[in-house]
Design a binder for this molecule. Structure first.
Ligand code: ZN
Length: 310
């Protein structure tokens, strides 16, 4: 079997949002700024910087507007924020984001637990956000959480998820990302969902968001690459997960994705050594050992990566 992969992909760095919101430590603004700058120095061009959800629910991201103000002009970086509703979207756009990301769960039960709304109500909300004048000048993307499996309902029907993606696309959302919120997807599930989706939207408008809870994130990304997917969410150092659940891990680590795909000849335009430096900084800032494989494998001081490069 001859496999072909896209010549290049884009990483959407979600460590500052999906990662930090799950960390026990709350970083102050200057620490977040240092991490952001390290990510940009490494060549990251698409960064989910924060979310505009309730500060009470997610105190780690309560400084969303102040953080975006501190970032200032960012011509080389497309900055996004996760938004739960129109008010959040308006605040995000006013704060200077280039992209707003709405979210809903494929699973009815998870959606109710997460946002206390039915999936239909979340879709109606997404339609309001997409149609609002405030969001007409920015990229509108959407994440379908629990797209593969739900902690309450189990595996999700790919046709149902593909149908949700189609409806979001009709509202004007692109890209649409499939979130493996609990890290329960496997390569067969990814393949089935992409096959169900390919009939409804072009692969260039599909993104994948994997958590590495069961260690399958890179295998799942490989399946995405085989289907021609070119947008992947990842978190620096593999930050995230739940600090109160021993063994739970976060998003797939950005540097682990870059190391794998660059080795396959798929370009990311990201400097792996600088990215591992950013992961080391993230580890120092959150004050716990991060799950990243590259962070453990490559001793920056010895330049070990250079020896492995070719
Ligand atoms: Zn996530």
């Amino acid at each position: 079997m001859v496999r072909t992969f896209p010549p290049r992909i884009t990483l959407r760095e979600v460590g500052l949002r999906d990662g930090l919101q799950a960390e026990a430590a709350t970083l102050d603004l200057s620490a977040k700024l240092r991490l952001y700058q390290a990510l940009v120095r490494a060549g990251q061009t698409r960064i989910e910087a924060t979310s505009f959800v309730s500060a009470r629910a997610i105190p780690q991201l309560a400084d969303a507007a102040a953080f975006l103000a501190a970032i200032g002009p960012h011509p080389e970086v497309q900055i996004s924020a996760l938004v739960p509703n129109l008010t959040g979207a308006e605040r995000a756009v006013a704060a200077g984001v280039d992209e707003v990301t709405v979210f809903l769960s494929a699973s009815e039960t998870h959606n109710r637990h997460n946002v206390r709304r039915s999936v239909a109500e979340s879709l109606a909300q997404a339609e309001v956000v997409a149609g609002a004048p405030a969001t007409s000048s920015v990229v509108r993307s959407a994440v379908i959480a629990t797209a593969f499996a739900c902690p309450y309902e189990g595996p999700q029907d790919p046709q149902k998820v593909a149908d949700l993606a189609r409806r979001l696309r009709e509202m004007g959302y692109a890209p649409i990302l499939f979130g493996d919120t609990i890290g329960a997807a496997n390569p067969a599930m990814v393949s089935r969902l992409l096959e169900a989706t390919e009939r409804h939207l072009p692969v260039r408008e599909i993104g994948l968001h994997f958590h590495n809870t069961r260690g399958a994130a890179l295998a799942n990304i490989l399946v995405g690459l085989e289907h021609g997917v070119t947008l992947f969410d990842a978190s620096i150092g593999g930050m995230g997960g739940c600090p109160y659940a021993p063994g739970a891990t976060g998003n797939v680590a950005s540097e682990d994705v870059v190391a794998m795909v660059e080795g396959m000849g798929v370009a990311t335009q990201i400097d792996l050594t600088l990215l591992i430096e950013a992961a080391a900084l993230a580890q120092e800032l959150v004050g716990r050992e991060l799950p990243s494989a590259c962070l453990k494998a490559f001793d920056l001081g010895e330049g070990t990566w250079a020896a492995y490069a070719h």
